[in-house]
Design a protein around this ligand. Structure first.
Ligand SMILES: NC(=O)c1ccc[n+]([C@@H]2O[C@H](COP(=O)([O-])OP(=O)(O)OC[C@H]3O[C@@H](n4cnc5c(N)ncnc54)[C@H](OP(=O)(O)O)[C@@H]3O)[C@@H](O)[C@H]2O)c1
Length: 284
């Protein structure tokens, strides 16, 4: 079997995937924009390569002798997407057979969305594909909302009182591993969710109870969210995208629970209570 390339390897999902590939002694290459991160992440001595989607001159070396790729689309700007497409086209002409691509829950309902456009490009290029479409990540409550939870005892979002079947990203990494190694997942698309749908009020209560400290969810209006996102440095485009995504949440589109994680991993997805226990130190 040929080699696996993990792109954006320092990312939340990719980095755990790398560790699973390492533990199971698979033949793989780690692609990073900055190789210093390999040392920080404990990947000294492994096959690493510089890959920046926006620098086509880095694509060739990264793709040498690669049969399968795990990738994400980290940025949705027009120029970025053109470079990402060039990367995929180069992979095709270099002989890569299978792309495992993480997009997002619901992309199949919006043919114009950049993530869906890239799914279609992969299909039309004739790759074997596996699309992993996860719901909102549990780990967002550490990575994006962790500081506010820790310092202000608050979660500030325009998510209303709707429920979301949050997924633990460690399950996505495991699904990506299975998709890369098991041919049953070729030419399949999966919607990955957690085992239960929770409102942000319920999320705040679970974190609060486990921490033994008051944590409240503040349901923002779109206008309040616009002010907050701008204040913390989001571009106008990012702000509007987030408001739009949270409008889908408010309309109930993210409360669906699927069986796809269980069908891939043969076990129930990680629930929110376990996520909170495992990450408790981050909020202390
Ligand atoms: N957060 C959610 O709730 C959620 C839900 C569903 C889907 N998603 C999707 O998940 C994806 C993000 O995945 P993630 O959270 O695992 O990643 P992440 O932690 O946000 O990390 C992004 C990764 O992309 C890399 N990257 C950025 N620009 C790059 C470039 N020009 N060339 C190569 N690599 C580049 C970063 O590298 P550096 O370390 O060098 O910056 C980093 O490794 C997005 O497509 C998002 O839409 C997110």
């Amino acid at each position: 079997m040929g080699k696996i390339l993990v792109t954006a390897a320092s990312g939340t999902v990719s980095s755990v995937l790398v560790n699973i590939l390492k533990e199971t002694n698979q033949d793989f290459r780690i692609a990073l924009r900055n190789l210093d991160k390999a040392k920080e992440l404990g990947w000294d001595g492994l096959d690493t390569v510089v890959l920046d989607f926006e620098k086509p001159e880095t694509h060739t070396d990264a793709l040498e002798n690669i049969e399968k790729i795990f990738t994400i689309l980290p940025n949705y700007t027009y120029d970025f997407i053109q470079n990402f497409k060039s990367f995929l086209d180069k992979a095709k002409s270099n002989g890569t057979k299978h792309i495992v691509f993480m997009t997002a829950m619901g992309v199949e309902h919006n043919e114009d969305a950049p993530l869906r456009q890239m799914e279609k490009h992969i299909e039309e290029s004739g790759f074997n594909y596996t699309f992993l479409r996860p719901n909102w990540f549990m780990q967002n409550f550490v990575k994006f909302h962790g500081a506010a939870i820790k310092n202000l005892g608050g979660i500030y979002l325009p998510a209303g009182n709707s429920k979301t079947s949050f997924i633990d990203t460690r399950d996505i990494s495991e699904c990506a591993y299975e998709a890369l190694l098991d041919e049953r997942h070729i030419n399949k698309a999966y919607t990955l969710t957690g085992p239960e749908a929770l409102s942000h009020f319920e999320v705040a209560k679970k974190i609060s109870d486990a921490l033994g400290k008051d944590v409240q969810y503040h349901a923002l209006t779109d206008e309040e969210a616009r002010d907050l996102f701008t204040k913390i440095g989001y571009t106008n485009e990012m702000t509007e995208t987030m408001i739009e995504l949270y409008n889908f949440v408010k309309q109930g589109y993210t409360e669906i629970i699927t069986n796809d994680v269980k069908s891939i991993l043969g076990r129930e997805p990680i629930n929110f209570d376990k996520f909170v226990i495992d990450y408790l130190e981050f909020w202390k």
